[in-house]
Unconditional design. Sequence first.
Length: 581
Amino acid sequence: MEQFIVSARKYRPLTFANVVGQSSIAQTLKNAIERKQLAHAYLFCGPRGVGKTTCARIFAKTINCFNPDANGDACGECESCKAFAENRSYNIHELDAASNNSVEDIRNLIDQVRVPPQIGKYSVYIIDEVHMLSAAAFNAFLKTLEEPPAHAIFILATTEKHKIIPTILSRCQIYDFNRISVESAVAYIEKIAKNENIDYEPEALHVIAQKADGSMRDALSIFDQVVSFCGTNVTYAKVIENLNVLDYEYYFRLTNAFVEGDYCTALVIFDEILSKGFEAQYFIRGLNSHFRDLLVCKDTRTASLLEVGAAIAESYKKQAEICSVAFLFTALDITNTCDAGYKTSSNQRLHIELALCKLSNAVNLRKEEQTVKTVDNIEKNKNEVIAQQQTKQESRDKIEKISGNDVKIEEIKEKTTVAARPETVSIKGFSNLTESINIETKEVKQEESNTLQMTENFTEEQLFTAWKNCAAVFAQKQPRVASAMIAAKPVCETDNVVVFNVQQIIQKQWLEDKGIARNICLYLQKELKNTTLKLDVRVDQSGDRIDAPKLYTDSDKEKHMHEKNPELANFQSVFELYDGK
Ligand SMILES: [Zn+2]
């Protein structure tokens, strides 16, 4: 039986050119070798599985090669290269600082460093996880690191640069390794899959790369795992089953439900997800990423931040079209808050379900906001109409002013006032005037019919309904207005005057000063289709609270009590209760 070698080892890059996702670092190291400007200590920082050790090994192999090729790469054929290929080279020493972190271990290393290599020029010492060295070990190492023998080169590797003491940092050339992008990982796995004659769906490889989260080694391990599960045909469905990844499809269906305000479907889908054994927090995080992906699809400038396969990217773009940016912001906020509070929630399932309900309502909230805006717009239009009417009046005045000239004013007047058809009334015979008077009557007429001429009758019941709806609109933004409206029962008097009773004068002032009363009036006008409707805010006198004198001081209160109950004087004299004596 053929021996199985894991892909991460089998396909470990052998030259700088083949290193995935670290092209600039590879190029810099190669240049340094070509120019023979080798430092005696390097520090490679970066997440796990991104090629730190691989680069260190290629580096060691290349500087020891007897006859490097024209590109500056190791030949792969000389004695040194062969020794490297067969893992028997004495020019490279790897030390795992995680398990060899004592001073004793470092002293052994220092003794070893003194011995020059038998073949090749350099001995390369790779110290992995160097941040795990004890403080004493670090100090023991400092001297050697600063002035090593000419044949020794140290390559320190770490995932946690911040744990390295500054005295070490200042003695090293520092290289920061990137996370491997999903795209690079996918491209590399594709190459391996082709080499191994494995059929694959591009989406499947994307899931693998995403699961690996920036680590090439993890990506290859996952790939091996998936291949042993799927055989020679790696499909999206099998990969998400094997890796226990939630299908994108769920998120798409959920988002559709949110956009339609359909919380029932959302809750049912969530139940389905739980019944498949997925953890609720994993789900809410996935949903959060889904909204993030939709958001980046909204703009061509951010579209490249979407790290999925082409087919799914198309679905994302489609769904992004039905989601507004405002909805996505709200949705991101809701899912983020939900995730943050998940651990401390006493009923975690309900916690998530509540977030799903909020998400289903997010679209409705926006609709209500738009209604408030519409009310504002109507008001604006009305003001414009009034302004235009004023202009019209001014024009008429002008015409009258110049009536001394022999022009048939009546005719012009008629034209300006009737003007039923869209037309421009220009005044003939006044070309000598510097200013010609044009009155655009079209818009004015139209808006008049839209906003100013609604006189439908309404019943008391219709008024109550409109009143309640209006209160609901305010409930979100100005709950105080909503509660005042709910507390008051609107009364319709003659001439369509609706009375809004409030408890205190200050409420009345506030409603009127802030323009809220006006907005309520406009809302009612629109909903009841009657523009003659007026709103009158009145202070409710029935409670007798307004005019009653306020009792501030103690003597005021005492006086008031005496008036109410004359017996109090008796009581006071019996118990000798006077002015605090
Ligand atoms: Zn060689």
